[in-house]
Design a protein around this ligand. Sequence first.
Ligand SMILES: [Zn+2]
Length: 467
Amino acid sequence: MAKSPEEKKKKKSTGWDDIPESSRFSDYRECYERYSFPKGEWSALRLVGDIVTLDVHWVPTLKKDGKETAFAQVCRKNLSEDEPCPNCKGGIKIQSITLSNAILRDKQEDKPNKKKRKQPTDKKFREKDDKFWSPIGVVQFPPGAAQKVKNLGRLNKAKDKKTGKTKNFHLNHPKFGRDISVLFDPTQSGSGMYDIQRDDRMPLTSEEKGYLLFNLEKVFDHIPKASSMVESLQKAYNNELFDNENCNMKAIKSIVRGKTNFEEEKEEDLKDMDSEQLLKFAKKKKIKLSKKEKKLKKKKLRELIEDRMEKDNDDNDNDNDNNDDDLSEMSEKELLKFAKSEDIPLSKKEKKLKKKKLRELIESRKGEDDNDDDDNDNDNDNDDSLDEDLDEDLDNDNDNDNDNDNDNDNDNDNDNNDDDNDNNDDDLDDLTPKELLKYAKKKKIKLSKKEKKLSKKKLKKLIESKN
Ligand SMILES: [Zn+2]
């Protein structure tokens, strides 16, 4: 089951459509048209649609003229908190930025005639290379400026005609929102760089409401790989752009010398996929997803699939496809099939039970069955379920020496071998939960499902105690 990322990639790329977005774009700003505020001038705009807030690192680099500057790289922790991020590890400056679509009033003033303003009807979002006219651009606010916009929204009150009550409306509200004017002054420092004023209240016209916006969630498809982050750190290091002011020098040295390992995760590929690709992937891997699960947001969906894949791995390790946990995923039909395959007798009446009751019945029968087998039966099938039970015992108590089971003996042998190995516990400190799980697997340390979900610290302690 364990495949190198390369192997997986080869298998996945069956057509040009399968190439993940991020291999074409490396910069998150590539998925929208950015509006940069002109220096020292007021820009009039109307914020529209939902916003995206994300953390970016400012990585030092050199301009063509040799001057020092920094470029934004999305922190990998935007994917998940557990994600190893070379820039975080290296102590590179991090900042939370807010992105919003905006109607750029200047651009809108120069609009062509109505015919030329027509948008395609088959699109949900505007994309960067779209040629049709639009006054929509994406603005990026640093935290201070975003806070100003938020505060202006707090001052923006309007009376709801229906209820007669006065309410606050954020500035992007289609009816009760307001235009803003933004002055960008790079000669100022900190939050003084952005002066933001609210303008008149104006409900959006129906044409304005219909403008196609950029899909800002796409920025999460453009998070750089750990390896390309390490590359840019290396470049900056070679250009002597690091000092103790802008990074953690010790950590940076360890990273650029390859001593801190950011091995791309096995599931790395999944992170490049959008929801549709994830569903395709799940289908190919025969990972069952309920209708509800299929509608999960990308991130949740990916986590679910990863979870199921891990489960799958565990199943394979046990050489046993029928795992109790799977029952909860089965439909009535599948449950009946399962009962049949396990020789669990069910009356006609019982076969018509609802899913939950049926599952509970099968589970209880299965338990009885296994107990009987312990005493009498030497049938092959039943040996499987016996192994499974013993495995579960092992989960609960790994040091149970009274067990006569072969698996257990093997485990003990391995444990002894491992003690002679080079791997020492100190390494565990640097591992992410995923890597810890990998480590546990390698060491044949059995962990229950519950234990696998422990926080990094607890997991580490547990593994150390079992090791
Ligand atoms: Zn980071």
